[in-house]
Design a protein around this ligand. Sequence first.
Ligand code: WQD
Length: 334
Amino acid sequence: MGRTVLLTGGAGFIGSHTAVQMIEAGYEVVIADDLSNSERSVVERIGEITGTIPIFYECDVAHKASLEQIFREHKIDGVVHFAGFKAVGESVEKPLAYYRNNLDTTLTLLETMGEHGVHDFVFSSSATVYGMSEDVPFTEEQPTGGCTNPYGWTKYMIEQILRDAAAADPALSVVLLRYFNPIGAHESGLIGEKPNGIPNNLMPYITQVAQGIREQLSVFGNDYPTHDGTGVRDYIHVVDLADGHVAALRYAAEHKGCEVFNLGTGNGYSVLDLVEAFREVNHVDVPYEIAPRRAGDIATCYADTQKAESVLGWKASRGVEEMCRDAWNWQKNQ
Ligand code: WQD
């Protein structure tokens, strides 16, 4: 019997891709998801890809009785915590909902894990915790804070909660994963990013423009101090990111304490670089206009990837062309 991992939010964009890679790495996968930002059909499609349908609980991860049932019915060896609200703009409009949901799910999960002797915890954090820093490439040792929105602050606060929990409980093993910009989709085109409503993020907006769902892309500012004036980010293929979670869970099983890792490629691409790559790879047009800057955006953000490479033995392998190809392949299936 393989080790069993609980993926909260495992029907979502990053979670579903991680479920596939975890199953292929030999884990039994249990998914708990309230489907507020995902669909039940994703679970079956994970089964189509891997040949194994994950065990699924539709529930609010902050609801203790629901978690109790999961931990009672399964011997959980480790948890990867994705469940949380993640829309930057929405977090500015609804800060209390974001603090309540993102913190409550985490605290309820940690309490339930403690009551069931489960010690390995991998957390879905974000490069947004580096705030308005311009000290690129970001290393894990750099200061965090100065977040520009409540969503970012919830990630920052949860990191602190987890550091304190690990300091208080020597049995606990916590890994914080700071994602840069996950894009793309599984090569099968069966799972991918499916934002509710108008996409906040760049790549789903590009794919919807390419498909004709949206008229044109608004490029949020071309007067940044970058090579072409548009924002530079570290885009990472979601399957590479998912593999980073497999490595992190293995690390958590072998270590105690709290460790943090950047999950990025170390390469920065501007908005126009990405648009151009997408057009070239997919031979589709992506009409755009230059629009005003978006509040809270920084000019440049990309990772120093040394620590994950040397400590986790993990390095992203897929390039921006593959990210563009797989993102488009998924969109065409919608
Ligand atoms: C990327 C670049 C925009 C949309 C955020 C969160 C992060 C993570 C990913 C949450 C920027 C530009 C975007 C558009 C544009 N997790 N852009 N037109 O802001 O780097 O990171 O999302 O989901 O925690 O902070 O990602 O994709 O929104 O923007 O010009 O329609 O694309 O200005 O330079 P971001 P993004």
